[in-house]
Design a protein around this ligand. Structure first.
Ligand SMILES: Nc1ncnc2c1ncn2[C@@H]1O[C@H](COP(=O)(O)OP(=O)(O)O)[C@@H](O)[C@H]1O
Ligand SMILES: [Mg+2]
Length: 196
């Protein structure tokens, strides 16, 4: 599937236009060119930072790569696959390998769920582990990011803001493999997550 010379992620001519003003009858009068012909490649093990003023299209680029938004035009290849051609079931597998780490952990942590349940949810959704094996994996993930296992019973709160960022990371990486998309880089990072 992957040839050794091919980048892990390759984006070519990525474009997203949003309708901005509609006429009385719903006709699109003007469009916002949120992303306009963006191309880049990322090799395995490489880190790429998209830097730019607010509103220049960084977050939209990330959402397009994950197909949380459909591109207007462009090509996206990940690990030798044409991401835009993937069927929904293959997209689910891809989302185990690529994910967004939100800068604000509260954007990704449900304050009504325990840390353990938040970490267990993707394991359940992707059918990766059940029962005792799932609980053991949750404990392992907490340990990996330097948290106590007892944190599984805690609700993410303000006093644990730093820890919340850390728990957002394994929560988005149930398979602990692949690449991540961190957004938004324009504000100072509060994440204490460690890269391995
Ligand atoms: N869903 C949307 N509908 C319409 N316009 C949008 C939408 N999402 C983003 N935009 C516009 O696209 C541009 C890029 O936004 P964004 O990708 O969030 O920028 P950044 O992350 O670099 O701050 C902005 O002008 C924003 O207002
Ligand atoms: Mg943004």
């Amino acid at each position: 599937m992957t040839t050794s010379r091919e980048p892990l992620l390759e984006v070519e001519g990525l474009t997203k236009h949003f309708p901005a003003h509609l006429s009385l009858f719903g006709r699109v009068l003007t469009t916002v060119k949120a992303v306009d012909g963006v191309s880049f490649a990322v090799e395995a093990g490489e880190t790429l930072a998209l830097v730019g003023e607010s509103g220049c299209g960084k977050s939209t680029t990330g959402r397009l790569i994950l197909r949380l938004l459909e591109p207007t035009a462009g090509r996206i290849r990940f690990a030798g696959q044409d991401v835009r051609a993937l069927r929904p079931e293959d997209m689910r597998a891809l989302r185990r390998a690529i994910q967004i780490i939100f800068q604000d952990p509260y954007a990704s942590l449900n304050p009504r769920m325990t840390v353990g349940d938040i970490l267990a949810e993707p394991l359940q959704l992707h059918g990766l582990a059940k029962g005792g094996a799932r609980r053991a994996r949750v404990a392992e993930l907490l340990t990996l990011v330097g948290l106590r296992r007892s944190m599984a019973a805690a609700i993410p709160t303000n006093s644990q803001a730093g820890n919340a960022s850390a728990s957002a990371l394994p929560g988005r990486s149930p398979s602990s493999r692949g690449s991540s998309s961190a957004t938004s880089p324009s504000r100072r990072s509060t994440s204490r997550s460690r890269r391995r």
